[in-house]
Design a protein around this ligand. Structure first.
Ligand code: GUN
Ligand code: FE
Length: 455
């Protein structure tokens, strides 16, 4: 008797940790750069490790029941209005900068860094402050529907570890980087070259030692002006030694570009400075890339580096409008980044909208650069972002063999900013959510098939 009930309890526990689910209802995802698929009566079956094991785009209710029976679980019906979509991917976000989002946006990049950003980041030398701030930002980012992100922390080792711990405990998928700064930085936010390298190695070992399949370290030289050649070379060696990706900023602002030219007159351009220090690889993510020359775009493509397009930030800090139509047609790896808090919003939805309008604005002056369609913006927000993170084969859309990182959208949730009418179908409902929806509509967030947020 005792043994039997124990067996039942443990079976229930195992079941609740790694439940297999068969969703039935509407879903929308990208199939490639230009095409969305809208499925009504769709089925997505997810196994105990969060892997998608079956996808159907038009199944009757009895076929869906049959599939659920085959896997020995009950069906998860979404109903007529709700739909599933892949989780949003933020390829560039500064977690510590969340504490001042939306304020202090009247300056351009270099003055903004000195006036607002560096003083705020310096407070992360206090690990308790960091823990409290990082809990809030991770919570906000997950509520906004971001299932995978590439985070910058600050130069502080302990606070950076705390960020990795919080992301891991919340179940989000992420790269986390300890920032490096050993020149042209204020006294209160600078490291020696040796300390910067030592702490970076300790940070990489710490995060890799967590053996968390979702959270990994990323080498994070802030940008060329704040890193000496010796530091950049050392970071390249660490990235190789521990097989980790790299992230930084590139060609964001005209004064920044002029400064890099002054610091490295021997190099033809900004991209070549990274490349000549071994920092441009097929696992590098470069943020902004607003002003790349033809040669720089060619070099980025040749190296297979990814580009994080940060439209809110590029407008908020008046950096410029990136040539996204051109870079898409050249086949660059492209995704979206919030760049919190150069960008004032932690939401990738907001960046879909800002990216859309940026491309329209550019097309007025450059008629050959046609504006971007909704399908292309959604690609950048999901599958393109997965490509930039080097995860295109495992996340980004609903394909058998990929992990189930997904959102349930309820267009009629409590307090929803959207109204539906009898002419609305899955296509127009999806468009209404993308253009007018917000976190009130994101009623559940899944990473690796596990629910990490529900309202
Ligand atoms: N360049 C160097 N540091 C930063 C930063 O924190 N934000 C942005 N937008 N650009 C940078
Ligand atoms: Fe940034």
């Amino acid at each position: 008797m005792y043994l039997t009930s124990l067996a039942i309890i443990s079976a229930t526990l195992i079941g609740s940790i790694s439940a297999q689910t068969v969703f039935y209802g509407n879903f929308v995802h990208s199939v490639n750069v230009t095409s969305l698929e809208h499925a009504t009566n769709g089925v997505i079956a997810v196994d105990r490790s969060g892997k998608i094991i079956q996808v159907e785009t038009n199944a009757s209710a009895s076929q869906a029941q049959q599939i659920a029976r085959k896997y020995g679980v009950s069906l998860f019906p979404l109903g007529n209005q709700k739909f599933l979509m892949p989780g949003l991917i933020d390829t560039h976000i500064h977690a510590p900068q969340y504490v001042f989002t939306g304020s202090g946006m009247d300056l351009q990049l270099l003055d903004w860094l000195n006036t607002f950003t560096f003083p705020r980041e310096s407070r992360f030398n206090n690990t308790n402050y960091a823990r409290s701030a990082y809990s809030k930002v991770i919570d906000r980012v997950i509520r906004s529907g971001t299932t995978a992100a590439s985070y910058y922390a600050t130069i502080h080792l302990e606070a950076s570890k705390a960020l990795a711990d919080i992301v891991a405990s919340r179940g989000q998928r992420a790269f986390v980087g300890k920032v490096n700064m050993d020149r042209n930085s204020p006294d209160y936010l600078i490291e020696t070259t040796a300390q910067s390298l030592k702490d970076t190695e300790a940070f990489i070992q710490y995060v890799q030692g967590k053996k968390n399949s979702r959270v990994a370290p990323i080498v994070t030289p802030r940008f060329v002006p704040s890193c000496t050649s010796e530091l950049m070379r050392g970071l390249s060696a660490l990235a190789t030694k521990y097989n980790v990706p790299i992230q930084s900023h590139l060609d964001e602002n005209l004064d920044e570009i002029a400064w890099v030219k002054q610091l490295h007159p021997d190099q033809p351009d900004y991209t070549s400075v990274y490349d000549s220090h071994g920092l441009l690889t097929n696992r590098t993510i470069m943020a902004h890339v607003v002003y790349p020359s033809d040669a720089e775009r060619q070099l980025l493509k040749q190296r297979g580096a990814g580009i994080s397009h940060c439209p809110n930030s590029n407008l908020s800090l008046r950096s410029g409008i990136a040539k996204i139509r051109q870079m898409l047609s050249e086949g660059q790896k492209l995704g979206l980044g919030t760049d919190v808090s150069g960008g004032y919003s932690p939401s990738i939805l907001n960046n879909i909208r800002n990216g859309y309008f940026s491309a329209i604005a550019r097309s007025f002056e450059h008629p050959d650069d046609k504006y971007l369609k909704l399908a292309e913006m959604f690609y950048l927000a999901t599958l393109g972002g997965a490509d930039v993170l080097g995860m295109k084969s495992s996340i980004g859309n609903f394909v058998v063999g990929k992990q189930f990182d997904a959102l349930i959208i309820d267009p009629l949730s409590h307090g929803s900013p959207i109204d539906l009418f009898d002419h609305d179908d899955i296509k127009t409902t999806f468009e209404k959510f993308i253009n007018n929806g917000d976190d009130r509509n994101i009623i559940e967030v899944f990473v690796d098939g596990r629910s990490i947020h529900r309202i």
